[in-house]
Design a protein around this ligand. Structure first.
Ligand code: C5P
Length: 228
């Protein structure tokens, strides 16, 4: 039985809209690795709290709630499905409101602490691709490859609008951009696990890269780290 730390982990951190979600899912599939969408955990927590009437700044109630939630990411399907107490809430947690709720609960140290173990339990053979903000710095500091994806706020807002429009959710570019800027600021300035690259991370700016080009660069970076 391999020890947990001998199971390879690739961490992909960066701000929202940097392309992390799509890219890390594709990489996980290509390598046959498990996938952790850590943002979904924060989104689920905020979503469940709102349903239960728990305020998004009630730190101890939120930390307790995070231990109770029955969360499952079914391996089948398109990867967007997330089950909360057996109910598929995949679409509901990916709204702008849920994202902003997630970034509010994510500033609370007791919440981050309470979610640590849950995240580390995703490290299973044959390996894990973990997508988030603090995967390489806090959750898996011993990761085999750490990538930090970035893109300009404008480019990220453009991508987010396109994604939402494809789901027939109509949004204004200015609103999405403003939301991204507020969230970036909150993620970067919080006292616990602020959004920043790990010291040993490889940085990849995707502003000028499409998905296939990003994947290709990522593959090279990961290969260099896994087979130095
Ligand atoms: O990645 P996603 O946009 O789904 O994340 C939603 C929010 O959850 C982020 O804006 C961030 O505040 C928070 N988050 C975090 N740490 C992570 C993943 C997400 O603080 N590892």
């Amino acid at each position: 039985m391999p020890t947990e730390s001998s199971i390879p982990v690739i961490t992909i951190d960066g701000p929202s809209g940097s392309g992390k979600g799509t890219i890390s899912r594709m990489l996980a599939r290509e390598l046959g690795f498990h996938f952790l969408d850590s943002g979904a955990l924060y989104r689920l927590l905020a979503f469940a709290a709102q349903r239960r009437g728990i305020a998004l700044d009630d730190e101890s109630a939120l930390a307790a709630l995070s231990g109770e939630l029955d969360i499952r990411f079914p391996a089948d399907g398109d990867g967007d499905r997330v089950l909360l107490d057996g109910e598929d809430v995949g679409d509901a947690i990916r709204t702008e409101a849920a994202g902003s709720g997630a970034s509010r609960v994510a500033v609370l140290p007791a919440v981050r602490e309470a979610l640590l173990d849950r995240q580390r339990r995703f490290r299973l053979v044959p390996g894990l691709v973990a997508d988030g903000r603090d995967m390489g710095t806090v959750v898996f500091p011993d990761a085999d490859a750490k990538i930090f994806l970035t893109a300009s706020a404008e480019e990220r807002a453009r991508r987010r609008c396109k994604q939402l429009n494809e789901k027939r959710i109509l949004v204004k570019f200015e609103d999405v951009l403003a939301d991204i800027q507020v969230r970036d600021e909150r993620d970067a300035s919080r006292s616990v696990a602020p959004l920043q690259p790990a010291q040993d991370a490889d940085l990849l700016d995707t502003s000028e890269l499409d998905i296939p080009a990003t994947i290709e660069r990522l593959r090279d970076l990961v290969n260099n780290r896994l087979n130095p």
